[in-house]
Design a protein around this ligand. Sequence first.
Ligand SMILES: *[C@@H]1O[C@H](CO)[C@@H](O)[C@H](O)[C@H]1NC(C)=O
Length: 167
Amino acid sequence: MKKLIYVCLTLLCAAVCVGSVVPVLRAQEGGNTSIECPYDQGYENYIKYFYKGNMANRVVVIQSQQQQHPSCIEHGRYSLCDDRRRRVFTVTIRHLQLEDAGPYWCFIDGWTYNPITEVQLIVDRVPHISPPPHPKPDPVTSRPVPSTTHPSTTNTMETEYTTGMAE
Ligand SMILES: *[C@@H]1O[C@H](CO)[C@@H](O)[C@H](O)[C@H]1NC(C)=O
């Protein structure tokens, strides 16, 4: 009985500990990101799945096909490339949006239990994606009239002089 409790506690700890080391992937809004999913020998010809969401509410965002040729497949902003020699499939999400943030899972049909590769994607907002504020109107009248008659050396001196005045 004591032994059973010990085993249960060990399993519980393992589950909690493994759950807390989900790799975090940071990417910028509007950018691209790639997630690599390594797999074991023998799974080269199995269908590869890429899920979004937590375990209970996961949805397949892209999946490979049996005997897929060529090795890359595209679906919307997602692509999945299966490198069977290296035994890793790579999912790329293009033009990232803030809603893309969250947990993702690599999964292979035929695996009887996890090892499932999970990542937590964080999408950083890029402020300059929104339209820039109106530029300050230039005080056109205070600008020196560009001189076309002076040689360029004089022009440089003029510019320096004007800059000095402005401060
Ligand atoms: C994202 O990927 C697409 C297609 O591969 C490419 O055209 C684009 O330049 C990439 N964007 C960035 C921000 O890397």
